[in-house]
Design a protein around this ligand. Structure first.
Ligand code: TYD
Ligand code: MG
Length: 449
C-alpha cells in the first residue's frame, strides 16, 4: 500500500499515479514507474486583480541582436542572437554541435561576456579545443556543472550576456527524482533555464542530442518551450553540415546554414550551391538538378534516382532527403497520368549532399530522375527542373520561381523546365525556359517519353 501523500512518477514522461502499475497510464511506457515525490498540489486560484492590456499600448522594444561572428549561424538565427531568447541546437552525436557553439561563444563582440557550461567534457578538453580552433577566449568563462540549481546560482552572480549549455541532457534538477536525461529532468532543467533567460535577458543556447531511437527522450520535448529550434541534418560522415531552423520566433523557419567541418572547426561555405551537385564528367541517367528554396535563398540541388528491376514481392521505394510517402504518391501519378509504370521496379531516390528537401518543388525533378533511370536516358547537365506535381498530373507553380531561375542562370544552367505559371514575363538572358502544364508535357520537354 502506498502511504498517503506518496505517489509513483514515470521515469519517461514525469506523469504521476497514486498506485503502482506495470504501465504508465500517461505515456504507456512499461516498467517506468518509481516511487517518487508526492503528487503536485493543485494550485489555488489567484485572488489578486488580473487585467489584460491593450495590444497597442504594449511597449515595443526593438529586438536586439548580437552577432556570433559566424555569418551562416547568424543567418539561421534570423540575424544574430536575440537578447533573452532560448535557442535549442540539436543533432546526432559527433556532428559538430560543441565545435560550432564554442566558436560562436568565442566569436561574439568583445563587450559581451559569454559562459560555456559543460556537462560532457572536462574543462581541459574544452581549453584544448579552443586553442586548436584559435578562439579568442579573453571574455569566455567555462564551467563544468550539471546541477541546474547550482548553475543558476553561479549565473546570477556572473551575469553573462550569453550562456551555452552543453548539453541539456546532462543537466539535472534537485527537485526531480528521476535520472538525468529523462524527460522529466529535461523538462524541468530547461524550464528553469528558460525562466532565467526571460527574467535576466541572458541569451541561452541549449545543446541537445537527438537519440537514434527517436524523439521522446530527445530534445524534441523541449521544442515548444524555446524560441528557436535548430537541427543539424546532414550525415556525419559527409564533410558538410547543414543547420536548419525548424522553428524560429525571431526569423524565418526552414532557413539553412551550411558549414564544412575542417581541422580548424566549422567553416562557412561560401558557394553552397556547388556542394549539392555531384560532378559527373558527362550526363548520366537518373540525375536531375532542381532549384530548391529552403529558407531565404535558392539552392541548386541534384536529385538522383535508381530504378532497378524488382525481385519477388512488392517493389521497394526508398527516399533519402525526400518524403517517402510523397515518393509513392508521385510514382502513382507517373503511372496514371504519364503512362510510365514503375511497379516492377525498385525505386531509390537520393538527394546529393545529405540535405533534406522539405518543399514540394522537387517533385518534378524526382519523377524526371526516375524516368531517366527507367529509360536509361540522361537529362543534360545544363538543365534544371522544378515544380510541384499534383495528383491530377498537373504541374503546379512554386513560390519565388523567378529567383530560382536567376540562380540557375547565374550558375551556368542554360535550360529550364518549369511550371508555366512560373515563367517570367520577359525572357531571361542565358537560359532558355520551357513552361509546362502537365507531367506528360514536362517529360516530353525533357525528351524522356
Ligand atoms: P563535436 O563538436 O564534439 O560534436 P558534438 O558536440 O555534436 O557531439 O565534434 C565532433 C567531431 O568533429 C569529431 O569527430 C571531431 C570533429 N572535429 C573536426 O573535424 N575538426 C575540429 O576542429 C573539431 C573541433 C572537431
Ligand atoms: Mg558535444
Amino acid at each position: 500500500m502506498a502511504k498517503a501523500g506518496t505517489s509513483y512518477v514515470c521515469r519517461e514522461c514525469g506523469g504521476h499515479t497514486l498506485k503502482w502499475q506495470g504501465q504508465c497510464p500517461a505515456c504507456g511506457s512499461w516498467n517506468a514507474l518509481e516511487a517518487g515525490a508526492p503528487a503536485p498540489k493543485k494550485r489555488a486560484g489567484y485572488a489578486g486583480e488580473v487585467k489584460g492590456q491593450r495590444l497597442q499600448d504594449v511597449d515595443q522594444a526593438d529586438i536586439e541582436r548580437a552577432p556570433t561572428g559566424i555569418r551562416e549561424f547568424d543567418r539561421v538565427l534570423g540575424g544574430g542572437l536575440v537578447t533573452g531568447s532560448v535557442v535549442l541546437i540539436g543533432g546526432d552525436p559527433g556532428i559538430g554541435k560543441s565545435t560550432l557553439l564554442l566558436q560562436a561563444a568565442g566569436g561574439q563582440p568583445a563587450d559581451r561576456s559569454v559562459m560555456y557550461v559543460t556537462g560532457e567534457e572536462s574543462l581541459q578538453q574544452i581549453a584544448m579545443r579552443a586553442r586548436r580552433l584559435e578562439i579568442d577566449a579573453s571574455e569566455l568563462t567555462v564551467m563544468a556543472e550539471t546541477c541546474v540549481e547550482h548553475l543558476l546560482q553561479a549565473l546570477q552572480t556572473e551575469k553573462p550576456d550569453c550562456v551555452v549549455i552543453d548539453s541539456v541532457q546532462t543537466m539535472y534538477s534537485e527537485d526531480v527524482t528521476s535520472a538525468p536525461g529523462s524527460v522529466s529532468q529535461l523538462r524541468e532543467s530547461a524550464s528553469q533555464l528558460v525562466r532565467f533567460a526571460k527574467t535576466t535577458g541572458t541569451t541561452v543556447l541549449l545543446v541537445g542530442h537527438v537519440t537514434k531511437e527517436g524523439n521522446i527522450a530527445g530534445p524534441r520535448v523541449l521544442e515548444h518551450m524555446v524560441d528557436a529550434v535548430l537541427y543539424f541534418e546532414s550525415e556525419s560522415d559527409s564533410r558538410y553540415r547543414i543547420l536548419r531552423a525548424i522553428k524560429n520566433r525571431f526569423g524565418a523557419a526552414n532557413e539553412l546554414g551550411i558549414f564544412a567541418m575542417t581541422e580548424n572547426g566549422m567553416r562557412e561555405v561560401k558557394n553552397p550551391s556547388a556542394i549539392f551537385l555531384s560532378r559527373h564528367p558527362e550526363a548520366v541517367s537518373g540525375s536531375v538538378v532542381t532549384v530548391s528554396r529552403e529558407g531565404s535563398r535558392p539552392l541548386l540541388i541534384e536529385v538522383q534516382a535508381l530504378a532497378d528491376q524488382s525481385g519477388a514481392g512488392a517493389a521497394r521505394r526508398l527516399a533519402l532527403g525526400l518524403d517517402q510517402n510523397r515518393l509513392s504518391m508521385l510514382l502513382a501519378t507517373l503511372n496514371r497520368h504519364a503512362g510510365v509504370s514503375a511497379y516492377e521496379y525498385d525505386v531509390f531516390i537520393n538527394v546529393v549532399g545529405g540535405v533534406r528537401i522539405s518543399e514540394t518543388s522537387a517533385d518534378l525533378a524526382a519523377l524526371a530522375a526516375t524516368v531517366s533511370s527507367l529509360r536509361d536516358r540522361p537529362v543534360p547537365q545544363t538543365t534544371v527542373v522544378f515544380g510541384e506535381v499534383g495528383l491530377a498530373g498537373e504541374i503546379r507553380p512554386v513560390a519565388f520561381g523567378e529567383e530560382r531561375l536567376q540562380e540557375a542562370a547565374k550558375r551556368g544552367f542554360t535550360h529550364a523546365v518549369v511550371p508555366r505559371a512560373n515563367l517570367p514575363k520577359k525572357p531571361m538572358d542565358g537560359i532558355q525556359l520551357v513552361g509546362v502544364d502537365y507531367l506528360r508535357g514536362a517529360l516530353e520537354a525533357l525528351q524522356l517519353v
